[in-house]
Write a protein that binds this ligand. Structure first.
Ligand code: COS
Length: 383
C-alpha cells in the first residue's frame, strides 16, 4: 500500500494552497459578510486549471485525477469554503459531461466552461422544493416537442444559480414514474426559459450564491440531452458519488483552518499564569481534532483513489462523507470552545468556519442518506 503522492498530485496541491492563501483567504471575510459571489477569484481558479482537475487536456482540463482534485478542494476550502463549492460543482458537472456526453457536447461545452473566459461556473439541478433525499420523486418534466424538449418545473438549492453558464438539469421524460423516468439536460444560462430566483439568505458558505431555478417552458434542443432517456438518475448518482468525495475534502479543509486557528490561539492565550495549550483539557481537544483530520483524510483519499482506478466507490465515498463531515463539525465546535467567548465573535475566524462547515452534513446527500448507502452494502447478501 502506497501513501505517497505523485509529483503531479503534489504540484496540484501546491497550486491550490497558494491560490487559497493569496487569492481566496484575503476575500473570505468580505465575501461572507456581503454574500458576495467571487467572480474574479473563480476566473483565476479556472486559469490555474482547477475547474476541471479530473477532465482530459483535450477538453481544457488538467487531467490530474481524483486524488489531485480532493487535495485541491481541501486546500482551497481552508481559504474560502464558499468560493470552493462553486469550483466543486463546476468540476462535478464537467466530469459528468466527460462521462456521459457525446463528442459534440464535450467539445461544445467543456472548453467554454473550464477556461474561465466566458462561463465561470456550472450548476447541478437535481433537488426540488418537494424532493430532496428522495431524489427519484422529482416532478420537473421534459416533454418532447419536435426536435426539442420543453422543461417545466422548479429546481432547489442550486449552487451558483443565476451566475452559471451551464446547468445540468434532471427532469422526468415520457411520463414514467420513479428513477427510470429521469433524464438529464444541459441548459445554457442565457436560455430565456431558465430563471434564477432571489438567493437564499444562508447561515454559511455565503460567498456561494444558492437559488431556485424556475424552468418555464424552457426549450432545449434534443442534442443537449446528456445520455439516453431514462439514465438521468444514474447520471445524478454517479456524479454525487464523486461529489461526496469533494464535500469530504471541503469539510476537511474547513476543519484544518479551524484547527490551525485554535492551536495558534491556544499558544497565545494565557490563563492561570500559563498558556491554555498547557492544559490537558485543551490538549485533548487538539489531539482528537488532529487525529480525526488524519483519519478523514485517509478515508477521503481512499475513495478518491478508487475512483481514479475506475473501481466502484459509492460505499467508500459515503463512508468518507459521513465521517469527514461529522468530524469536521466536531473539530469546528472544539475550535470555538478553545477560543472561549472570543470564538463566538466575528473578530475571530472560527465562528465562520463553524457556520460554513454545517451544511457539509446536509448537501450532496445528508449524513442519514450516506448511512443508507453504507448500510445497504453492508447488509447486501446477509439476508
Ligand atoms: N451509481 C449508479 N447507479 C445508481 C447509484 C450509483 N451510486 N445508486 C443508485 N443507482 C441506480 C440503482 O442501481 C437503480 O437502478 P435500476 O433502477 O436500474 O435498478 C436506480 O439507480 C435507483 O436506485 P435506488 O433504488 O437505490 O434509489 P432510491 O430511490 O432508493 O434512492 C438514495 C437511493 C436515497 C441513496 C438516493 O436517492 C440519494 O442518494 N438521495 C440523496 C440525493 C442527494 O444527494 N441530493 C443532494 C443533491 S445536491 S444539493
Amino acid at each position: 500500500m502506497k501513501l505517497e503522492l505523485t509529483d503531479e498530485q503534489s504540484a496540484v496541491r501546491a497550486t491550490a494552497k497558494k491560490a487559497a492563501r493569496d487569492l481566496l483567504a484575503p476575500d473570505a471575510v468580505t465575501n461572507d459578510r456581503e454574500a458576495r459571489f467571487p467572480r474574479e477569484n473563480l476566473k483565476q481558479l479556472a486559469r490555474l486549471g482547477l475547474m476541471g482537475v479530473n477532465v482530459p487536456f483535450q477538453y481544457g482540463g488538467s487531467e490530474a485525477g481524483v486524488v489531485a482534485y480532493a487535495l485541491a478542494v481541501q486546500e482551497l476550502a481552508a481559504g474560502c469554503a464558499g468560493t470552493t463549492v462553486a469550483m466543486m460543482v463546476t468540476n462535478m458537472v464537467a466530469e459528468a459531461i466527460v462521462e456521459w456526453g457525446d463528442e459534440s457536447q464535450r467539445s461544445r461545452f467543456l472548453p467554454r466552461l473550464l477556461s474561465g473566459d466566458d462561463w465561470l461556473t456550472a450548476s447541478f439541478c437535481l433537488s426540488e422544493p418537494g424532493s430532496g433525499s428522495d431524489a427519484s420523486s422529482l416532478c420537473t418534466t421534459a416533454r418532447r416537442d419536435g426536435d426539442d424538449y420543453i422543461l417545466d418545473g422548479t429546481k432547489a438549492w442550486v449552487t451558483s444559480g443565476g451566475h452559471s453558464g451551464l446547468y445540468l438539469i434532471m427532469a422526468r421524460t415520457g411520463g414514467i414514474a420513479g428513477a427510470r423516468g429521469i433524464s438529464t439536460f444541459l441548459v445554457q444560462g442565457d436560455n430565456p426559459g431558465l430563471i434564477a430566483t432571489k438567493p437564499e439568505d444562508k447561515m454559511g458558505l455565503r460567498a456561494s450564491t444558492t437559488t431556485q431555478i424556475v424552468l418555464d417552458g424552457c426549450r432545449v434542443p434534443m442534442r443537449d440531452r446528456l445520455g439516453n432517456e431514462g439514465t438521468g438518475f444514474r447520471v445524478a448518482m454517479r456524479a454525487l458519488d464523486g461529489g461526496r468525495i469533494g464535500v469530504s475534502a471541503q469539510a476537511l479543509g474547513i476543519a484544518t483552518a479551524a484547527l490551525t486557528a485554535a492551536t495558534r490561539y491556544a499558544t497565545e492565550r494565557r490563563q492561570f499564569d500559563r498558556r491554555i495549550a498547557d492544559f490537558g483539557a485543551i490538549q485533548d481537544m487538539i489531539a482528537d481534532s488532529a487525529t480525526e483530520l488524519d483519519a478523514g483524510t485517509l478515508l477521503c483519499l481512499r475513495a478518491a483513489s478508487l475512483k481514479d482506478k475506475g473501481v466502484p466507490h459509492s460505499k467508500e465515498a459515503a463512508m468518507s462523507k459521513v465521517f469527514c463531515t461529522e468530524a469536521a463539525n466536531d473539530i469546528c465546535h472544539r475550535a470555538v470552545q478553545i477560543h472561549g467567548g472570543y470564538g463566538y465573535t466575528r473578530d475571530y475566524p472560527v465562528e465562520r468556519h463553524l457556520r460554513d462547515v454545517r451544511v457539509t452534513r446536509i448537501y450532496e446527500g445528508t449524513s442519514e442518506v450516506q448511512r443508507i448507502v453504507v448500510a445497504r452494502e453492508a447488509l447486501n447478501g446477509v439476508n
